[in-house]
Design a protein around this ligand. Structure first.
Ligand code: PMP
Length: 412
């Protein structure tokens, strides 16, 4: 047997705690034995622009980043980051509630309040921590969380960290949500958690109707708008803004790791008592704050996104063009019409999904391979996420690559 397969010997015959990963180790080995490049250990050796990089020695078009608005190479964003690095150093070495709140964190929160036209904004070190922190802190013992079954991992983990009862309902199913809400015992606190864009299939939620039903049943509402910020809605505030129901959302969660083009997370709210969160939210208190250069890039990017109308229009054009082109070439897609900047291409199984992923990489195209448990209904997906900086020519090139790879692998 392979040295790596040998179980670790522990006193008293106790199990090796790694043995639970054996099925996954085996699945990876089987996949790589087919001569495939490992889809989960790609290295970007050089990044040339928001849409191009050198990976595995090849110049590659990037169609699997969350750089929706292409802000990562914006000259003003880069200049702000450099200046903050010079002026404030490389890191804060402390918590937001102790020595870790710099001028830049405040400015970033001011930019968010303006962007969303809301009273309060709280910046976290990642979007993951924003969900973890807000959800676990506001919904505690005796409270109920009613959430879409396809919610992001950070939402599920936030539920787990808190002590509330967790009641999932079928994806985007308003009646199922209402039934769950009506079954909650009288007097219990209720939080409904939804997402604007669901990132696996790139579909949006019927937020207006869902939020109306949530409110009729006395629930507070949290919406994760990670994949819509900067792009969807007249001011880029997200799907709730687009559907005219942002005023009824109690908490918007977002991230800097997508349209904003850096790293960090946030919650914005009009709740009058919101500021108390800074003292009671453990994933905010017990971790170091973001480096000054990061909050400076975020604040600059957020302010520029307030005037991103032309870029938004071009991103929609890209989304429509890619969706129509893939559909007409016979690929099966996650949505009938393009609903966001994510177009998911459904693969028949993991093996052919990995083969297609590799064929595309060899063509010079990077997309995201997604598989269970991250995906709904055990699907293997090639997730394409578009950028406002993709040119119409690049989208044409991408379609040609999909066509050749799809024929070579036998998917179309
Ligand atoms: N929410 C959703 C819906 C997400 O897709 C993600 C990241 N993929 C996050 C939260 C977490 O964001 P971050 O990368 O800032 O941790």
């Amino acid at each position: 047997i392979d040295e790596a397969d040998r179980p670790v010997a522990l006193a008293g015959g106790s199990p090796d705690l790694f043995s639970k990963f054996d099925p996954l180790i085996e699945q990876r080995r089987a996949l790589l034995a087919h001569g495939q490049e490992d889809p989960f250990s790609l290295v970007m050796e050089r990044v040339l622009s928001p849409t191009q990089a050198v990976c595995n020695g090849r110049e590659t078009i990037l169609l699997g980043t969350y750089n929706y608005m292409g802000m990562t190479f914006d000259p003003d964003v880069i200049a702000a980051g450099k200046q903050a690095l010079e002026d404030f150093g490389s890191g804060t070495t402390g918590s937001r509630v102790l020595n870790g709140t710099y001028q830049g964190h405040r400015e970033c929160e001011e930019a968010l309040k303006e962007f969303y036209a809301m009273d309060h904004a709280m910046v976290f070190s990642t979007g993951y921590q924003a969900n973890l922190g807000i959800i676990s802190t506001i919904a505690g013992k005796g409270d109920y969380i009613v959430l879409d079954i396809d919610s992001h991992a950070s939402i599920w983990d936030g539920c787990k960290l808190g002590d509330a009862e967790v009641v999932p309902f079928r994806h985007n199913d308003i009646d199922a949500m209402e039934k769950r809400l009506k079954r909650i015992p009288e007097g219990a606190g209720k939080l409904v958690i939804l997402e604007g864009v669901y990132s696996m299939l790139g579909d949006i939620a019927p937020l207006k109707d869902m939020i109306r039903v949530a409110k009729e049943n006395g629930a507070m509402v949290l919406v994760d708008e990670a994949h819509s910020m900067g792009f969807i809605g007249p001011n880029g505030r997200g799907v709730a803004e687009d559907q005219g129901c942002l005023d009824d959302v109690d908490f918007v969660i977002g991230t800097f790791s997508k349209s904003v083009g850096t790293v960090g997370g946030f919650c914005v709210s009009n709740h009058p008592k919101f500021e108390i969160m800074r003292l009671v939210c453990r994933p905010y208190v017990f971790t170091a704050s973001l480096p000054p250069s990061v909050v400076a890039t975020a604040a600059t990017s957020i302010r520029k996104l307030m005037h991103g109308g032309n870029k938004r229009a071009h991103l929609w054009e890209n989304s429509r063009k890619l969706h129509a082109g893939l559909k007409s070439r016979g690929f099966s897609l996650g949505t009938d019409e393009p609903q966001s900047a994510i177009i998911a291409v459904i693969m028949p199984d993991l093996e052919r999904g990995a083969a297609m992923w590799e064929a595309l990489l060899k063509e010079g195209l990077y997309v995201n391979l997604a598989r269970p448990p991250a995906t709904p209904a055990n699907m293997t997906l090639l997730r394409c996420s578009l950028c406002a900086e993709h040119t119409a020519d690049q989208v044409e090139t991408i379609l040609g690559m999909f066509e050749r790879a799809g024929k070579a692998v036998g998917i179309i």
